[in-house]
Design a protein around this ligand. Structure first.
Ligand code: AMP
Ligand code: MG
Length: 196
């Protein structure tokens, strides 16, 4: 394991983000297959568990519609919990760099989150917007009432790049854009594994 001077912890932290439908879960499942020693923590799971305990939501897709103050508190507490988990291990944090709320884009990695996690690298998983669009149409597991067009998806992906860089600047992390091509999630997974 690598000694991290910045945060006084051992192990690396890599944040992995990507818009819904980009295939992030599939890629991270491949990462776990390849490297069982890497711990994958899902930020949404952490926020959902906290929100459910406070009976604020019933489904994870309701989190981004909560009043912003609630989202901020959940986000901060999730960062603390994840930071605890990540003390001595190599950790991947599965999250978002931008969250769409009724009030506009909410940063997934504002200063208090990214400084708390202190990632070595921020990875953005990307795929062609048309493919993301098709995957969303076919995904029946999530509540996706607000169906974006491929052009809107492209705009959001461009903004996600900007958000990833902005967060990285705060902590001196590197940023890596990784393409998840159709039918080949292992390739993207391998790119992530190489970061450890
Ligand atoms: P996911 O299943 O990864 O889409 O995450 C579920 C929900 O958790 C998202 O729709 C957001 O509302 C919330 N979430 C995940 N990561 C973050 C973050 N870093 N900051 C704020 N909200 C987040
Ligand atoms: Mg996901």
């Amino acid at each position: 394991m690598v000694e991290d001077e910045k945060a006084g912890r051992r192990g690396r932290i890599v944040v992995v983000a990507g818009v819904n439908g980009v295939g992030k879960s599939t890629v991270l499942a491949k990462v776990k297959e390849a490297r069982s020693d890497l711990r994958v923590v899902n930020y949404g799971d952490e926020m959902f568990a906290l929100a459910k305990r406070q009976t604020l939501v019933n489904t994870r897709d309701e989190i981004r519609k909560l009043p912003l103050q609630n989202q901020l508190e959940l986000q901060k507490r999730a960062a603390q919990n994840i930071r605890e988990l990540a003390r001595d291990e190599n950790v991947i944090v599965d999250t978002h760099v931008l969250v769409t709320t009724p009030n506009g884009y909410f940063p997934g990695l504002p200063r208090w989150v990214v400084e708390g996690l202190s990632p070595d690298t921020i990875v953005l998983i990307e795929a062609p917007p048309d493919l993301v669009f098709a995957r969303r149409v076919n995904d029946k597991t999530r509540v996706r009432s607000d169906q974006d067009t491929p052009q809107e998806i492209k705009t959001f992906m461009d903004l996600a790049r900007v958000a990833a860089i902005a967060s990285a600047i705060l902590v001196g992390a590197t940023v890596k854009f990784i393409q998840n091509l159709e039918g080949d999630p292992s390739r993207a997974a391998n790119e992530i594994v190489k970061l450890f």
